[in-house]
Structures are given as structure tokens and as C-alpha cells.
Design a protein around this ligand. Structure first.
Ligand code: HEM
Ligand code: MG
Length: 335
């Protein structure tokens, strides 16, 4: 199936979501759900296919429409996801684990199946907020004990609301304290902790998504009930609106940077003795972009025909979004 970039949305205004023709329906036993509360929620409302198996275009259309994620940001994430964990030949990816609907690429170049976004490594990684590290727990499903920790930080550092009560509004400080706690706990508990630049920055990006995309577009405020609806129930809250104005990478990056600098952590990994070893490589946008190349199987370069055409489009898209001004990085990941 040839992959092509869908048209850019023309309307990026505020909009009540979900629309009447997109009711919440809990996933069935064969439907795939994974580590991304944003995508799970879209699938539970039929903005993505309810079975959790989506194309490149469907992911872009759903995330831009449902959350007003900027088109280029959505395209870059969807492209990287497809390259890292999907089947770029049939243009399908599971937002959860393996599915018979997403077979291996021709020649089984990445093993007998394409694993999906919930498989550990490449995209899914350590120090998530509401999922445990793969080596020590469940890296796919919502973990109530971790979410309770987040709520306790809202209790301590949140802003006051006249509607939902004192300290019930999530802010940057809450996320900075929580992200730091998650790192400290993972560092101590997970001998195999990996937190190199791609995952490190990506994880702060996800903290920034929480503020930028889950907040109600009517006032730009993220309350605890709203956040719980997304993380725990994977359901759009009642009376919720998507943000007005597309959420651009620059703004997401600035907020991610603010969350990180309030409680700094270096990219790195644990060694065999469980000692955290910070990376020495420079930290800049090209290093971040370059790290994607480790997470895309190198064998994808040795392809022909339609698969090559699709892979080239996806690689270009990742470069446009995350590598502007950087030399093109060729995939060099293990299969
Ligand atoms: C986490 C994929 C869009 C919010 C993740 C993870 C993946 C992923 C693989 C797991 C990473 C990890 O924590 O180990 C994608 C893709 C997207 C997308 C391919 C395509 C555009 C969104 C959107 C939102 C969002 C639009 C918000 C509306 C989040 C959050 C997390 C996350 C908050 C962190 C969850 C946690 O740490 O507990 N995403 N995502 N994502 N995503 Fe997405
Ligand atoms: Mg994770």
C-alpha cells in the first residue's frame, strides 16, 4: 500500500471533542491498546480504528483532529513509529502489542512479526510516567500506583481551582517533581535502565504533551479529573475541547525543557552494578534526531519497490520534523 502524506488540516481552532459520532466504547479482547494514553483514547472513540491497528495517515489525521497536535509533529511521530515498530509495506502499525493484522515485512527482515508500539525498545522506553519499566513491570498498561504518585505531587504542588478545589490543577512544577521521582525510582529499581538521549528527551516531551494536549481548550487548564479521564479511563472527558491553535514542536520543546531544567537529569544508563553512567555525547537537536537512526532497523535501507518508496517517505518525514538543519541519518538499528 503506497503511503502518502495526508492534506494539512485547514481548521486548527478550538472544537468540542468527542463529536457525537465518536462515542466512547471500551476496547474488546482482540483490540490492541498500548503505552500511549493519547492514541488509546483516540482508538476508544473511533478516531483511530477501534481495533488499534492504524495507518500512517490515520495517526496523523486522528492526532491533529482530536488534540490539535501540529501536523508536522504528528507526521514525524507517526513516521518514526511506522519505521520502528510497524509494517511500512502494508502501512499498518499496532498501537499495542503484536497483531496478526500486522505481519512481518517482506523477507521477515525484522523477525516473523512486526511487534507494535508496546514492544520495549526503539520507541517505548524507560522512566514512563504511568507505565513501569519493561525490566521490572508492566510497560504497556496504566499503573494505578504510579498515577497515585502523580496525584500526590498535584496535592503538594498543584494550583488552586475554584471549581475542582485547592491544589487540583496540574502545572509544570508538578510534572517536574514527578518526572524526577520517576527517574530516581527507576534508577534504583531497574538494573537495566536505559535513558539515552532519544528516550530521555522523548519522555520529557510526553510530560509536555500532558500539559499541552490534555488541558481543556476552553481555559487551557488541566485539572485532576480531566487528566484522570485520559490516563486511567482513556476517554475524552465530558465538556472537553481540543486546544485552540496547533501544538507546535517549538512550544512542546520549550515546556519539556522547563520541566527538565527545574529538576535536571542527565541522559545515560545503568551499568552492570546499577550505577548510573551519564552519556558524554553532546546534547543538541541533531543528536536527538540521530538517535532515531539507532531505532530504525538498518535492513530497511536494503529494500526495493513499494517498500523502499514508503521507507524513503517516512525517513524524509522524520528528518523534516526532528532533523531540520542536521545531516540525514541513515538507519543503523539492529533487526
Ligand atoms: C507515550 C506514541 C501521540 C501523549 C507514548 C509512547 C509511545 C507513544 C510509543 C510510550 C513511550 C513510553 O512512555 O515508553 C505516540 C505516537 C503518536 C503519539 C506514535 C503519534 C502522533 C500522542 C498524543 C498525545 C500523547 C497526541 C497527547 C494527546 C502521550 C503521553 C505519553 C505517551 C502523555 C506518556 C505516558 C506515560 O509516560 O505514562 N506515546 N504518541 N501521545 N504519549 Fe504518545
Ligand atoms: Mg515506557
Amino acid at each position: 500500500v503506497p503511503i502518502s502524506a495526508p492534506p494539512r488540516p485547514t481548521d486548527t481552532g478550538i472544537l468540542p471533542i468527542p463529536e457525537p459520532d465518536h462515542p466512547f466504547i471500551a476496547p474488546g479482547p482482540d483490540d490492541r491498546r498500548g503505552p500511549c494514553p493519547g492514541l488509546n483514547t483516540l482508538a476508544n472513540h473511533g478516531y483511530l480504528p477501534r481495533n488499534g491497528i492504524a495507518s500512517f495517515e490515520e495517526i496523523i489525521n486522528a492526532t491533529t483532529h482530536g488534540y490539535n497536535m501540529d501536523y508536522d509533529l504528528a507526521s514525524g511521530l507517526a513516521a518514526f513509529a511506522m519505521l520502528a515498530r510497524g509494517n511500512a509495506f502494508i502501512n499498518k502499525i499496532s498501537i499495542g502489542l503484536d497483531s496478526p493484522l500486522v505481519p512481518a515485512l517482506p523477507g521477515e527482515i525484522d523477525g516473523p512479526i512486526a511487534r507494535g508500539l508496546a514492544a520495549h525498545g526503539r520507541f517505548e522506553g524507560d522512566v514512563s510516567m504511568t507505565r513501569q519499566d519493561a525490566a521490572i513491570g508492566d510497560n504497556r498498561n496504566f499503573q494505578a500506583d504510579l498515577y497515585d504518585q502523580l496525584l500526590s505531587f498535584v496535592d503538594q504542588f498543584g494550583d488552586n481551582s475554584t471549581v475542582t478545589g485547592p491544589r487540583s490543577i496540574v502545572n509544570q512544577r508538578v510534572l517536574a517533581e514527578f518526572k524526577y521521582k520517576r527517574f530516581v525510582d527507576s534508577q534504583a529499581a531497574d538494573k537495566q535502565l536505559e535513558y539515552h538521549i532519544g528516550r530521555w528527551l522523548g519522555s520529557y516531551g510526553e510530560a509536555s504533551f500532558t500539559l499541552n494536549f490534555f488541558a481543556n481548550g476552553t481555559d487551557g487548564i488541566l485539572t485532576v479529573p480531566t487528566m484522570t479521564s485520559f490516563f486511567r479511563d482513556q476517554r475524552f472527558p465530558a465538556n472537553w475541547n481540543r486546544r485552540s491553535g496547533a501544538g507546535l514542536l517549538d512550544k512542546i520543546g520549550d515546556d519539556a525543557g522547563a520541566i527538565l531544567s527545574a529538576k535536571p537529569v542527565q541522559p545515560g544508563a545503568n551499568d552492570a552494578n546499577g550505577v548510573y553512567v551519564p552519556d558524554t555525547a553532546p546534547i543538541d537537536n541533531c543528536s536527538f534526531y540521530n538517535s532515531f537512526a539507532e531505532d530504525v532497523p538498518a535492513v530497511l535501507l536494503n529494500t526495493t519497490g513499494l517498500l523502499k518508496q514508503n521507507v524513503d517517505l517516512l525517513l524524509d518525514t522524520v528528518h523534516n520534523t526532528f532533523g531540520a538543519g542536521c545531516p540525514v541519518a541513515e538507519p543503523r538499528g539492529a533487526a
